[in-house]
Ligand binder design. Structure first.
Ligand SMILES: [Zn+2]
Length: 463
């Protein structure tokens, strides 16, 4: 267990905690307050700690050590506050079956703690003014203060408003990456990332948070880790989940703003409806080749909603997505950056003056246009008087028996190829890459009265 403490460290008690009969070795490490540093006589030390984050990161390091080195137990205590010469500033004790593991673990833990923990050290000298110390082996944030991060923007925005904000970002792809990078760097206090996709090599040219070494890993998790490393002063949560009818209302509630960085219409409309139910502002964007668009929705204000123009959710095939038509990383990054800019200004000002129009920006010609948003009288969605019902079109892979259904891959087939299953006596479960095209196809089959068709939720990736 990792602890921070302002009290003297009790070695005997700590050893008692980790003592066990299976262990053949105990290795302890102690860091002491010494009386000199870089030619100066030191009289005492002072540690300041960002407690919440330090404990989280400390626990993470210990867990890594247990897994890496096959430990039985590990304990670590780091002091904070004022320490005298000779005091133990940090104590680490690791037990393992064999000594080699215990030695390596103790070395690993002290190195990682020095490198990763948000703990600041101030040295008091015998004949000089006290100073916060920058150690050469710490090339992280640990010796900087939070306000220094935001020095250059705090003249323009109220940092405390950003810090107190809770934002949901749906989609950690081409739009999501620049949005997340800007919001994290700017110090938005709580950011939750929802994405169920994994990273593929063809994402990296436009999704700048990822690199080839993380291909195959979950986007939400990798993004959260990288952003947290960039700004340790904010809270980032990764939610590896597909947004759907069952979770969208809960996910979009209690947020200051929701940012839509998805690339399909069914999810966009779903999120939009849920935001109007919850009265949560929404910033939505999309791009088609070089044509980007962005719109801010503010429920409760007179700016209209998507349903004022489209009562029914248009089919995804209505527009292409970047899988079909291609996209340039720089283009999508510009549109994402505009979304992030809107979000930051919205959080700072408690609203913005752009919600009456939809921005259209052509990245090939640099033509820009603002389209007045349409507001329909008595639109029920605008009034939030709608509910989101589960459509029962999808099945989850873990919830059916593969022997009892016909599981059909439609990825390389056209829609007509499923006609031969029209008379099937079994449930027919269709799947494509991500479960979006298959769901659309199932919806049209249901409209024709074929109730035995289902779509596999999450598509081929969920198998
Ligand atoms: Zn409306």
């Amino acid at each position: 267990m990792f602890k921070i403490s302002s009290e003297l460290i009790d070695r005997e008690l700590l050893i008692e905690n980790i003592k066990n009969n299976h262990a053949g070795a105990l290795v302890t490490f102690e860091g002491w307050v010494r009386d000199h540093n870089q030619g100066k006589k030191v009289s005492s030390l002072e540690y300041q700690v960002y407690a919440e984050l330090a404990i989280l990161e400390g626990e993470k390091i210990l867990k890594e050590a247990v897994e890496k080195f096959n430990l039985h137990h590990i304990e670590c205590v780091h002091r904070y506050g004022h320490l005298s010469l000779g005091d133990t500033a940090i104590w680490i004790g690791a037990t393992a079956t064999h000594r080699d593991d215990a030695y390596k673990a103790s070395r690993y833990v002290i190195d990682e703690i020095k490198f990763r923990l948000p703990i600041w050290k101030k040295e008091h000298y015998v004949s000089d003014e006290a100073k916060w110390v920058f150690c050469k082996d710490h090339h992280t944030h640990v010796h900087f203060h939070e306000e220094d991060y935001y020095q250059k923007q705090s003249k323009l925005v109220d940092q405390s408003k950003l810090k107190n904000a809770k934002v949901l970002v749906v989609g950690a792809g081409g739009l999501g990456c620049p949005v997340l990078q800007s919001l994290s760097a700017a110090g938005v206090g709580e950011i939750e990332i929802v994405d169920f996709d994994t990273i593929s090599i063809s994402n990296i040219h436009r999704q700048f948070l990822y690199s080839p070494d993380v291909v195959g890993e979950k986007k939400a998790v990798v993004a959260a880790n990288r952003l947290q490393a960039m700004n340790p002063f904010i809270k980032i949560k990764a939610t590896d989940l597909q947004l759907d009818e069952s979770n969208v209302v809960a996910l979009t509630s209690n947020r200051d703003i929701v940012i839509d960085c998805t690339d399909n219409l069914s999810t966009k409309f779903l999120m939009h409806d849920a935001c109007f139910i919850n009265k949560t502002p929404l910033i939505s964007a999309s791009i088609y080749k070089f044509e980007g668009q962005m719109r801010t929705f503010i429920p409760g204000k007179d700016f209209g909603c998507l349903r004022c123009s489209y009562e029914k959710t248009p089919k995804d095939s209505f527009i292409g997505n970047c899988n079909d038509v291609g996209v340039l990383g720089s283009s999508v990054a510009i549109i994402g950056s505009i979304q992030a800019n809107e979000a930051l200004l919205f959080l700072d000002r408690g609203g913005n003056n752009t919600a009456s129009d939809t921005l259209l920006l052509n990245l090939s010609t640099l033509e820009q246009m603002k389209l007045k948003n349409i507001k329909k009288e008595n639109c029920q969605v605008c009034l939030g008087k709608i509910s989101i019902e589960e459509d029962n079109l999808e099945l989850i892979a873990s919830e059916f028996n593969f022997n009892e259904v016909e599981l059909i891959d439609i990825r390389d087939k056209d829609d007509s190829s499923i006609e031969c299953y029209i008379e099937s006596q079994k449930k027919v479960v269709l799947y494509c890459h991500r479960g979006i095209r298959s769901k659309e196809l199932v919806a049209s089959l249901r409209d024709r009265g074929y109730s035995h068709f289902y779509s596999l939720k999450g598509g081929a990736r969920s198998l």
